[in-house]
Design a protein around this ligand. Structure first.
Ligand code: PLP
Length: 377
């Protein structure tokens, strides 16, 4: 029986990361992971257990628990930008749902959406489902995937409805600095363009804490969540935070997609915004910094290839352009029982690179790099 899916998903493909994971041998070392491998902090787990034991686990309001929205608003009120209130926040099933409902609420058929290249694979897929036209600004590989003002300015057109920023970036780990955020705000000032700022990795930084575009530009919707900063990927807790008139519409879509985020995860999430929760994030940050250095040293020693390390998140972009296509190489490396993600999955600009994640134990990082060395020799 042939099944013809709705037009809007005909061109949407399964992600390259998932395809690779499906083909990997058991016992492979996974340098393709997009999640921290730390246990969820004790304080969060205990909060969930207590709530479950209370016994009454019902729906919450569509936008989420008021207490949690207040904490999230306070969390975003650290800069000079507009003041967030609980009405500025819609709590979703992970940042992924936040991206989905925000892009669907802001862009429709024929609208022009401007995305970074390379970047997280969900953006072009969601834009496609929304029926919008994607175009790209380059974060050039030859400049270490740094934000490029010229490329951004040239890519903006009179038709641009929405711009997506991701900082720190998946896949490059690069941060868009304060000056560049101010430049972006300057380019957009006076327009009707909205910015969707994916800040899911903001708390995982190695130098200065990254700034947010919301400090400089009011038509900004910040996407964030607890997946990375609290090692809570499986709890599915994210949010969109922005102007209340936008969030009202985002919440309407979210209502029909999923009613509300899990009440258990929301109640537990409140505990993330405590002194103890912040300390847990700081510890993860320190450990990730150590692992980044371990991976960089192992690459220098075993591979002697160029690579890009960023200012946050947990990825290194390894330059494998001498070895052919990144997809073929990632496939070949599966035979060595090591999983990597080809740069091409994130856009043309990252072709010639593999994305390596250092969010695993250091012994596995070392062994994973040795296996890559074997596969390349
Ligand atoms: N945004 C980026 C840049 C990501 O890398 C990810 C997950 O890998 C997400 C959003 C989705 O995060 P969540 O687990 O909160 O849905």
């Amino acid at each position: 029986m042939t099944f013809v899916p709705a037009e809007r998903i005909r061109n949407v493909k399964k992600s390259a990361t998932r395809l690779l994971f499906d083909r990997a041998y058991p016992g492979s070392i996974n340098l393709g992971l997009g999640e921290p491998d730390f246990p969820t902090p004790e304080i969060v787990r205990q909060a969930a257990i207590s709530f479950i034991e209370e016994g009454r686990i019902g729906y919450t309001t569509n936008a989420g628990l008021l207490d949690l929205r207040q904490k999230i608003a306070d969390y975003h009120n650290d800069g000079a930008g507009p003041r967030f209130t609980p009405d500025s926040v819609c709590i979703t099933n992970g940042a992924e749902e936040a991206l989905f409902v925000v892009i669907m609420a802001l862009a429709g058929p024929g609208d022009a959406v401007l995305l970074p290249n390379p970047a997280y694979i969900a953006y072009p897929a969601i834009a496609e489902i929304a029926g919008a036209n994607s175009s790209f600004y380059q974060m050039p590989a030859e400049q270490g995937f740094a934000f490029n003002r010229e490329s951004f300015r040239q890519a903006l057109t009179g038709k641009t409805k929405l711009v997506v920023l991701v900082s720190p970036s998946n896949p490059t780990s690069r941060v868009i600095g304060r000056d560049d955020l101010q430049f972006i705000a300057g380019c957009l000032e006076g327009s009707d363009i909205y910015v969707v700022a994916d800040e899911i990795y903001r708390e995982l930084y190695f130098y200065e804490r990254p700034s947010s575009i919301s400090e400089y530009y009011s038509r900004a919707i910040v996407i964030s969540g607890l997946s990375k900063m609290m090692s809570m990927t499986g709890w599915r807790l994210g949010w969109a935070a922005g102007p209340p008139e936008v969030i009202r519409h985002v919440t309407l879509l979210h209502q029909y997609a999923s009613t509300c985020a899990s009440a258990i995860s929301q109640r537990a999430g409140i505990a993330a915004f405590t002194e103890e929760g912040r300390k847990a994030t700081a510890e993860m940050r320190e450990e990730l910094r150590r692992r980044r250095d371990v991976m960089a040293r192992a690459i220098d020693r075993e591979l002697k290839l160029p690579y890009v390390t960023g200012e946050g998140a947990f990825y290194i972009m390894l330059d494998i352009s001498r070895f052919g296509s990144s997809e073929d190489l990632a496939m070949r490396l599966l035979a060595e029982r090591v999983i990597t993600v080809p740069g091409s999955a994130f856009g043309s600009e990252a072709e010639g690179y593999l994305r390596l994640s250092f969010s695993i134990d250091t012994a596995l990082i070392e062994e994973g790099i040795r296996r890559i060395a074997k596969g390349l020799s």
